[in-house]
Design a protein around this ligand. Structure first.
Ligand SMILES: Nc1ncnc2c1ncn2[C@@H]1O[C@H](COP(=O)(O)OP(=O)(O)O)[C@@H](O)[C@H]1O
Ligand SMILES: [Mg+2]
Length: 210
């Protein structure tokens, strides 16, 4: 990267965001990809695919993402030039992982779906999460079903009392599955509701960087 460009980007604080959860299928990879797309609009960003299943790598390979996706072995080199970094991780965190992950980033984002199973899994880990300071992590409600379901509101009420929950949340939209299949961010998907998906992650991104 040319020096002038690098100096310009240095004005904005670097941000390392790790997306993690205690359960699979809660939209970690989808969240990592879209937060990286959001950050990339501000400054060059790369995504570290820390999941041995390499879902984010596959996403990038199937199509085109507006940022670089690398694995842990290449991460150090990109960290030198790219101000922002998003790290996608595998599910099944244990206590020690959580602390190590939190130490290695500026913010841990923990997505959860609003269903009973996912909420139980999260509540069981509240004790572990309480060992972190509230500034180290945020919980994100994701894959929220449309009305008349009240799952999103109920989950919010349940979580809000004990956990640092993001005000913004992400709706359940088929456009996200289409995006993963096509290897693009949701805003590039040809679907009448795709823009809602991008709006949701824009809100999440703004709230995180605030
Ligand atoms: N907001 C959403 N609406 C609908 N489907 C979603 C949404 N977010 C993720 N998905 C889908 O849910 C599944 C799990 O998401 P993924 O991001 O792979 O989760 P994880 O990385 O936690 O396993 C995928 O099929 C993905 O396309
Ligand atoms: Mg994943």
């Amino acid at each position: 990267m040319p020096l002038v460009q690098r100096l310009k980007y240095q004005k904005e604080p670097n941000m390392i965001i790790t997306v993690a959860s205690f359960k699979g299928g809660v939209s970690k990879t989808t969240t990592a990809v879209h937060l990286a797309a959001y950050l990339q609009e501000r400054s060059p960003t790369f995504l570290i695919d820390g999941d041995p299943n390499r879902s984010a790598t596959g996403w990038a390979r199937r199509g085109e993402l507006p940022f670089k996706v690398v694995d842990e072995r290449q991460a150090a080199r990109y960290a030198r030039d790219y101000p922002h970094c998003v790290i996608d991780t595998e599910a099944r965190l244990d206590t020690e992982d959580l602390k190590a992950l939190a130490d290695g980033c500026d913010l841990l984002v923990i997505p959860t779906t609003p269903d009973a199973l996912a909420l139980d899994a999260l509540m069981l880990t509240v004790k572990v999460l309480e060992t972190l300071s509230a500034s180290q992590y945020r919980v994100l409600l994701s894959i929220i079903p449309p009305r008349p379901s009240r799952d999103g509101d109920e989950a919010r009420t349940t979580l809000e009392s004990g956990l640092p929950l993001l005000n913004s949340s992400v709706r359940r939209l088929v456009a996200f599955q289409k995006a993963a299949l096509a290897g693009v961010p949701v805003y590039s998907v040809n679907d009448p509701r795709a823009h809602f998906g991008w709006e949701d992650y824009l809100q999440v991104g703004r709230e995180i960087l605030r």
